[in-house]
Design a protein around this ligand. Sequence first.
Ligand code: GDP
Ligand code: ZN
Length: 314
Amino acid sequence: MDLQAATVVRSTGSWHDVQTDERVVPSRVPGKSRLEDQLTTNPVAVGDLVDIRLLDDGTGQITAIRPRRNQLSRRAAGRRSGLEHVIAANVDHVWVVQSVELPRPNPGFIDRLLVMSAAGGIPAGIIMNKIDRAEDGDSHAVVAEIASIYQELDYPVVLTSATTGAGLDSLRRRLEGKRSVLSGPSGVGKSTLLNRLEPELDLRTSAVSEKTRKGKHTTAVAEMHEIGPDTYVIDTPGVREIGLWDLTPAELGSLMPEIRDLADACHFPNCTHDHEPGCAVRDAVEAGGISEVRYLSYLNMLESLRAGRFDVGR
Ligand code: GDP
Ligand code: ZN
């Protein structure tokens, strides 16, 4: 019996491309498998280490998924809403990719992805692309504010321009020797950035539609690319929204560092920081110690969790 360990590098529904020592093998989980009997839309995710059996036709049969060291999940949207969707497994770092304009930064998206990264125990940071568009007063101030909010919370913020090349060396150093997830809405310039870092990838890029001011809708799938020695990037194209998955309101607070740090100072031990008297978090928001943008994100996520509707829009 020819069993081999392999890493899932691409996943499209029932077919998974897995990388063995020699080649990429299109593989499937055999029907009625125990592996499919789970509450996730995708029991096998990019980044998974699996065992495969090579079949005579050159495809593989996935016989086991090795235990994950971590996973980044969100709540599935649309038809399969309510299930867990695993964005990637076994990763070292998550980067929320945003752009100065077309599309503009979306704090709600940033904070949801940071919370889900923290829920998975994965370090996270922000890549702000298209800084070549932040020369004028308005956009410049927005970028400076975002950088200061998140750096203060110890999230790394890397400013890049895939067009001019600014910040790319710094980004490369952050990615080196790691397996990183890059996630953001379409149009922020992820493909352009990855092509700059590894021209051989030759990923398709597309202009953002000026009319809708939103990224073109593409139905691409998550894919892991090698961009250097021992350096892998999992590209998750066109993620429009991040639904919170499997969190209680109390856990939500514990996953936002500035709220976690103050929660013990609230009058009520089970304070949710939205209406209770003697709330140290709300006091800090009023005094300017906690950013209003972050607090609004918190309230917004709290409301989604309470409504059992974990995927409020953009
Ligand atoms: P993706 O959907 O995130 O992969 O975005 P693309 O890489 O397809 O880029 C979307 C559009 O943004 C394209 O027209 C790119 O040329 C443009 N773009 C990407 N990076 C930059 C940048 O740093 N500055 C500017 N001005 N435009 C960029
Ligand atoms: Zn409180």
